[in-house]
Design a protein around this ligand. Sequence first.
Ligand code: AVI
Length: 336
Amino acid sequence: SIATSEITEASLASPVNEAVAQPVQEGLSATPKWLPAWLFYDAQGSRLFERITHLPEYYLTRTERAIFTGYADGIIAAAIDAYATAGGTGKGRLRLLELGAGSATKTGILLAAAVRLQDETEYLPIDVSETAMEDACASIARALTGVVVQPQVANYVTDELSIPPHDGPTLALYIGSSIGNFAPHEAVAILQNLRAQMRPGDTLLLGTDLVKDAATLISAYNDHDGVTAAFNLNVLRRINRDLRANFDLASFTHQAIWNAEQSRMEMHLQSTKEQTVRVGALRTSFQFDAGETIHTENSYKFTKDAIRNLFTQSGFQAAHQWTDEDQLFAVTVASA
Ligand code: AVI
């Protein structure tokens, strides 16, 4: 009967994921088309990103890790010194705060150095994803017994931060070139949000990818095994699933472009043919010309001057900087 089919259809239709629906509607209606980069990180996308971090072409993760391994004690000492220099009088030990749940291995290097230098350390990761944070916290707690973990679920991009007070210095970590995925004005806003919660003598450690030759950059975002291509295309699979769309992944190709003027790597998905894609949950069809692209990600690359400017604009003073010998990546500690 009609009644039965209506009930069935209503109960089978999954609720529309509004957080995904709104930006997809907006981005695919725009010219040129775009999608927000955070859409990459569903379960499959997070696994693909983890694989990217192990690729020979993707020098970022291993280079930052090598900098931490080589200079962890100096980094922790810089944070403790900055507090003393600012006249900090709190009796508590250095606390490490992290924007993003972080890769436990990289953060673990700094936490291990903090524990070595001062016995016990508080670790406060802040992330939107409770699951990502549970995983990170579990492996930190397993590997480092001297670390007291206090996770906080919050969106540091869209919401005002609220960091619990601490009777001693805080070193905030924003590593992995995560800042690079935001437009310059958004990057400043994120750091200002953090700055507003910091007290004199607190410090920020920022991991930034450096400007280098185009070939090195392009191969880091277009690897031989096609893992980055799969990561980029996965956003279409996610939209198919979350919004009942019918993207044919085989008719889009991965593009990685160095935009020297804007100092950023860009990822795009290019439609190989003229086609129409239906997004059921939006009750909308989107038209693609042959060769038309969707801009899916920016990854900004910094000069040392650009890093200094970013700090100045957001109320920090760069204090110490460490790089690898090939000047691929920079780790900078700045004080509030
Ligand atoms: C997470 N983020 C810093 C990565 C980057 O390099 O911008 C994401 C990524 N995109 C392609 N490969 C890796």
